[in-house]
Write a protein that binds this ligand. Structure first.
Ligand code: PLP
Length: 454
């Protein structure tokens, strides 16, 4: 057994962390998470921390599920690996594909597997371009995305994404990707403009990009139904129906990135159902296995699938771990748990509305909170120095990091994104867990407000 200090020294010497300033990390040392149970993670120093982020938006059924470990163990003993190349496959990816087709919107019935959301978006990007080539329109190549979108960290994922910090380096963005304004009302809605009108204006930014580049050059629009890593930005109700209408009008494919929203987070299996959409592709990962195994599933609509089958020809694309039998076995068991325990109905009818109400009633009035918002069990708290003018604290995100650190010290893991606090807890949270989390958020806000005033 190693001490925390020994592990931290090895970590600093050899381990490069994702999305991390390594100079900072070396100075502070990593927190070592060593076990977890239900809604709690435990660190090496014996702290139990309520996990307000479900790991990284993924552990929807909570921690400590023996059934998932058992499913992996049994599949590993039976057949740990075989691929789906060479006209072979194994049973679990097949059973999972059938299950996903049952759960997905009606027009979506095929599945292409990978190991991560980023990989799955690479697949989606290549697949929609391949589709238009099969359809005899190879010039339809441009993908329209949005500023602040997060679609992953591979070169294609970072290119589809609209995070400026991820562009201009390492080959991203690749050519043929255009970013337009997101439906982020808190900062972009104009004085006197209604939510409804703002939603339509944001959707029209997509249509303007289509017209600017020519519909004959545009392959698809991609969007997260609720932007996650960009700050849980929730579109007004008018936005998504207008996006669907614009895509149909100009014959542009609709690609949804449901890596976060898939598998229950917004109170339906998919946010496509929450917003009544008929997408051509749905990227999913994370909660497909509740994070117990790395697995992604790109759900493919009938229009693309029909073209692949009817036109034939090899789609030169695939991963060693496409349809990994162990990951798929875990996914099947995970979906069974979600169904058996009615977790999605609970989010839709009980905890989702309660979460929204508690954020609005208890958190929104706080002196340094500019707005709270949520969709199912994903929520955001906007941090401001001045409630009236919505002026932010100086230092670009320093205030949110201060709140996050106080929250963790008081037993709640949440995330800081710019000046926004993010919550995306496991779907097993109850009203009591929400109450406890909100108590801890209020304490962190008070402590941070005092620090920031000083
Ligand atoms: N798309 C969205 C919406 C995400 O939130 C993420 C990860 O957070 C990804 C794609 C990338 O997924 P992964 O980290 O599994 O590659």
């Amino acid at each position: 057994n190693f001490s925390l200090e020994q592990l931290q020294a090895m970590d600093a010497a050899h381990h490069l962390h994702p999305f991390t300033d390594h100079k900072d990390l070396r100075a502070a040392g990593s927190r070592m998470i060593v076990s977890a149970d239900g809604p709690y993670i435990h660190d090496s120093e014996g702290h139990a921390i309520l996990d307000g982020m479900a790991g990284l938006w993924c552990v929807n059924v909570g921690y400590g599920r023996d059934e998932l470990a058992q499913a992996a163990f049994e599949q590993m003993k039976e057949l740990p690996y075989y691929n789906s190349f060479f006209r072979c496959t194994t049973p679990t990816p097949v059973l999972l594909a059938e299950k996903l087709a049952e759960l997905a919107p009606k027009n979506v019935n095929q599945v292409f597997y990978g190991s991560s959301g980023s990989e799955s978006n690479d697949t989606a990007l290549r697949l929609v371009r391949h589709f238009w080539a099969l359809e005899g329109k190879p010039e339809k190549q441009i993908i329209i995305s949005r500023q602040w979108a997060y679609h992953g960290s591979t070169v294609a994922g970072a290119s589809l994404g609209g995070m400026s910090a991820m562009h201009g380096q390492l080959g991203a963005p690749v050519p043929g990707i255009v970013h337009v304004m997101p439906p982020y009302g808190f900062e972009l809605r104009q004085a006197g403009e209604s939510e409804h009108d703002f939603g339509l204006r944001a959707a029209r930014a997509v249509e303007e990009a289509i017209l600017e580049h020519g519909a004959d050059k545009v392959a698809a629009f991609i969007g997260e139904p609720v932007m996650g890593a960009g700050g849980v930005k929730i579109a007004p109700d008018s936005y998504w129906p207008e996006i669907q209408r614009i895509c149909r009008k100009h014959d542009i494919l609709l690609m949804l990135d449901e890596v976060i929203t898939g598998y229950g987070r917004t109170g339906n299996w998919f946010a496509a159902q929450t917003y009544g959409l008929e997408p051509d592709t749905i990227t999913t990962a994370k909660a497909l296995t509740s994070g117990y195994q790395p697995l992604s599933a790109l759900l493919v609509g009938d229009r693309i699938a029909k073209s692949l089958v009817d036109k034939g020809g090899e789609f030169f694309h695939g991963y060693t771990y496409s349809g990994h039998p162990v990951a798929c076995a875990v996914a099947l068991k995970n979906l069974e748990i979600i169904e058996r325990e009615g977790l999605i109905e609970r989010v839709r009818d009980d905890t989702g509305p309660y979460f929204a109400e508690q954020l609005a009633q208890r958190v929104a009035p706080h002196a340094i909170v500019g707005e709270t918002r949520s969709a199912g069990l994903m929520g955001a708290i906007e941090i401001v120095r001045d409630k009236q003018t919505r002026e932010r604290f100086p230092g670009g995100g320093v205030a949110a990091v201060c709140i996050r650190d106080h929250a963790i010290a008081n037993g709640l893991m949440l995330r800081a994104v710019g000046d926004t606090m993010i919550l995306s807890p496991p779907l097993i949270w109850t009203r009591e867990t929400i109450d406890l989390a909100i108590d801890r958020i209020l304490k962190a806000l008070d402590l941070a407000a005092a620090d920031l005033a000083g």
